[in-house]
Structures are given as C-alpha cells and as structure tokens.
Design a protein around this ligand. Structure first.
Ligand code: UD1
Ligand code: CA
Length: 456
C-alpha cells in the first residue's frame, strides 16, 4: 500500500528497568513490548529495519513469527543516542525514496490505525518531517514540543536540557516521526552530541529541518495514553493496566461475558469466541483460544491452552500448553500440564493432574488421579485415586489404557504398561504386567482374576 521504510529503535538496555532482560523484551499483556510496536505496522506493507544491540539474538527470536514481513536487522553496538541508532540504518535510508517512519521500540500502546493515519497525513501533506505529539498533565521525562507564536514546531527539548519554563510545556514528543529520506540522510551526516547526556539525539532533527526551511508538521494523537513510553517498571505496570482494559473492551464488544473486568486478565494474543462466560479472577495467557459457549469459572489459569466449545472449566484449574475438546468438563482443582490432549465429551474431575497425556473421547478421570505420559482410550473410566507410575527414578515410560476399560479405584499402573480394550482392574491393584483385552486383574502385584481367553 505505502512505499515506506520503517525503523524501530530497540538497541538500548533500558537501565531504568533494573533488569537482566532488555527493556523491549519485557511483556505488556503477555507480549514483548517490541512486538506490540511491530504489530502497529501490520498492513502497511513497509520494509522494516530493527536497530538492535543488547540481547539482539533474543529480540530476533521473539520476532521470528513475523518472518513473512520484510524484516531486517542492523546492530548498534554502542548506544550513543536515538540519532546514532537511526544512523545504523543508513544504507537502508539511502536506498529509499520518500517517507521514513521512525518508531521507538518502547511504546507498546500505539494503535495501528493511528500509525496508518499518521503516515497518510505526512504523505498527503507532502511534509518533510511530521512528529507525533500528545498532551500530558504530567509530561515529566518526555521531550517537550517547543512551538513559535504561529504554532510552528521549532524544537524538541529533552527534560534534562530543558529550562524551567520549557519544562512547563505539556505537549510532548512521542518518538514517532515520519521523515523524508533525504532530510534524514542530511541530518545523520551532520548531527552532534552537544547536550546534557552527550548523546546524538534524533530530536535535534527539528532544529536542523527548521534551519533548512523544510516543511514540518505535528500530528497530535487524541488518546495520549497511546504514546506512553516504557522506561521503568512503574510505566510498564501503567501500560499493562491500560492495555488490559482495552483488550477486555474488545472481547465485550465481540460478545464475551466477563463478569468482573477488574479481576480478569487476558493477554493480547488470546482469542475468545462469542458467548463464552468468564468468571472473576481468571488469567488467560499467551496464545490461548476459547471456543463458543464455554464457561470458565473463577480462579483459573490458562496458558497457551486450546479450549473447545461448550466446555466447562470449574474453579481453580490450571491448563498449560494443552487442548480440551468440545463438551468436556475440567476441574475443579485440575492441573493439565504441557502436552495433554483431552478430547470431546470427557470428564476430568477434581484433583486430577495430567502430563503429556491423551484422554480420548468420552473417557472419564473424575477424581484424584495422576497420569503422565499416558493414553486413555475412548469411554474408559479411571477410578478415584489411580496413579500412573510413569517414572522409575531414572526414566519415564508410557502407559496405554485401551477403550471401554475400567480401572478400579486406587489402582497403581506401573509403566511401561499396556492395558487392553474392555480390560478391568479391581480396586487397589498394583498392575506391573500388560493386561490383555477383556481381562480382569486384581491384587498386589495384579494377577488375572478373569480372562476373556479362558471363557472363550
Ligand atoms: C525519547 C525521546 C523523547 C521522547 C521519548 C518518548 C530522544 C533524544 N528523546 O526519550 O523526546 O519524549 O523518547 O518515549 O529521542 N535507543 C537505541 N539506541 C540508543 C538510544 C536509544 O536503540 O542509543 C532506543 C531504546 O532502546 C528505546 C528508544 O530508542 O527503545 C528510546 O530511547 P529512550 O532512552 O527510552 O529515550 P527517552 O529517554 O525515553
Ligand atoms: Ca523511552
């Protein structure tokens, strides 16, 4: 659509976060800050250059799923300022004609509609430089927008360089700029670091452009929250709150019932279908998906969980990296650990822990059970207190229980083990050997009580 070059500045460590992890990799609503910024370019059809430095491999890994985009990386090995960061993308800028969009990698609340409109306005006005601004009641920490009496932008002054009068200005620099490629090249060839922080400021481009009589505009974003930049954990928490309430609003608009928005936490990439009901104190994280008519009772945590339709998740359930099929009930107090697949119309009851376990359609694990590295066949019932003993202290082994089987209460199944279709174990059995289809075993260790074969 637009012939655009976008440069994202993400090389800084983010000292004020006081973290081993660089700032742009910290999450807001479960997604790294830089990814929020990148997502605002969705649909712009832009070539993108990420300026990276600290932990560049990690940044690259985070953005891997945007690989279909024209994503490029340049390295700024020493962080000498935002102007110096842009300079690292010099060769891309020189190749490009027209508008260069510069974004700071620490502004996760920008909306893609705002970015699209901003770029459009810059191009329609034939501007050489457009700066996105906003008004803050408390502008502390941001570069101030200095205008002359006619309202023309004349400079951006950083907090640390600002005189008391300038500090009173409430219009601030967002860090979002559209700059004509030639002007930008000219500026980066001539910029200096004569300021309080001895950094090469990109913001100095304003005065540079004024001196060259360039066409300069500001674009003021109405919802000032959009331009919040994250420098500290406090700002991260503020952004988190704002984004979460935006996400909740979106789901409410889409037809999801959220009983208490204040105590419901839904990450940015979660998908929820219509007529889902979510009770208070729930966390839906990562790439969780919830299909139609499902009810999630209070106090659950779902992380990268794929939940079918008409599911009921009872309170205090945790589901991680697992799938739950249509019409299944889970919980209360169930724990589905990574790699579990519970198919349709099953029941996973209270105090049941599953790990890497597949429960086939119609099977029931109603109470008090651990199953790891297992497969439970269609319509099989696992009695209360059953333990799938999958670990001998050194290695883990598989257990397979066939379909229509009945595992008596308090059975212990010792892996590796295969229990056939329609087989039964009596209550309290410790099953150490495979059980043939249709056989019943009992005792410790379990022995055949009734064999299908003998009866035939
Ligand atoms: C910057 C602006 C300020 C603006 C604010 C908006 C400058 C000089 N100041 O201040 O006017 O109001 O953002 O949020 O531009 N970065 C690099 N390399 C560097 C320095 C920074 O890649 O050498 C990256 C950082 O990783 C960050 C972004 O640029 O993502 C902004 O840098 P930061 O230090 O946060 O700038 P602010 O002090 O917030
Ligand atoms: Ca910042």
């Amino acid at each position: 659509m637009t012939d655009l070059l976008s440069i994202i500045l993400a090389a800084g460590k983010g000292t004020r976060m006081k973290s081993d992890k660089i700032k742009v990799l910290h999450p807001v609503a479960g997604k790294p800050i830089i990814k929020h910024v990148l997502n605002t370019l969705d649909g712009l059809n832009s070539k993108i250059v990420n300026v990276v430095g600290h932990q560049k491999e990690k940044v690259q890994a985070e953005l891997e799923d945007l690989d279909m985009w024209d994503l490029n990386y340049v390295v700024q090995s020493e962080q000498l300022g935002t102007g110096h960061a842009v300079k690292q993308a010099e060769s891309y800028i020189a190749e490009h004609e027209g508008a260069v969009l510069v974004l700071y990698g620490d502004t996760p609340l920008l909306r893609k509609e705002t970015i699209a409109e901003f770029v459009k306005e810059h191009q329609q006005n034939n501007s050489d430089l457009t700066v996105m601004t906003a008004f803050f009641d408390n502008p502390e920490g941001y570069g101030r927008i200095v205008k002359d009496q006619e309202g023309n932008l004349t400079a951006i002054v950083e907090e640390k360089d600002a005189a008391p009068e300038t500090k009173k200005i409430k219009e601030v620099n967002s860090g979002v700029n559209c700059i004509d490629s030639e002007l930008l090249q000219d500026f980066i060839a001539n910029m200096d670091n004569n300021n309080a922080q001895q950094e090469y400021y990109l913001t100095d481009i304003i005065e540079f452009a004024v001196n060259k009589n360039k066409k300069i505009n500001t674009y003021t974003v109405q919802d000032a929250d959009e331009i919040i930049g994250i420098n500290s954990r406090k700002q991260q928490a503020e952004a988190e709150q704002i984004l979460r309430s935006r996400i909740i609003d979106q789901h409410l608009t889409n037809g999801v019932t959220i009983i208490d928005p204040e105590t419901t936490f839904i990450d940015a990439e979660v998908e929820i279908e219509q007529d889902v009901t979510i009770y208070p104190f729930n966390y839906l994280e990562g790439k969780t998906k919830v299909a139609k008519n499902t009810v999630i009772n209070q106090n659950c945590k779902l992380k990268n969980a794929i939940i079918g339709k008409n599911v009921e998740i009872l309170s205090n359930t945790i589901i991680k990296e697992s799938k739950v099929g249509d019409g299944t009930n889970v919980g209360p107090f169930a724990y589905l650990r990574p790699g579990s697949i519970v198919e349709d119309n099953c029941k996973i009851g209270d105090f049941v822990e599953l790990k890497k376990t597949t429960v086939k359609s119609g099977a029931k694990v109603p109470h008090l059970c651990y199953a790891g590295d297992a497969e439970i066949g269609e319509r099989t019932n696992i009695g209360a207190g059953t333990i799938f003993a999958n670990y001998d202290g050194e290695n883990k082994f598989q257990i397979k229980v066939g379909k229509d089987a009945f595992i008596g209460s308090d059975s212990i199944l010792i892996a590796p083990l295969t229990i056939g279709d329609q087989a039964k174990t009596a209550a309290g059995s410790v099953v150490t050997k495979d059980v043939n289809s249709g056989d019943t075993v009992m005792g410790v260790p379990a022995r055949i009580y009734k064999s299908q074969k003998q009866e035939d």
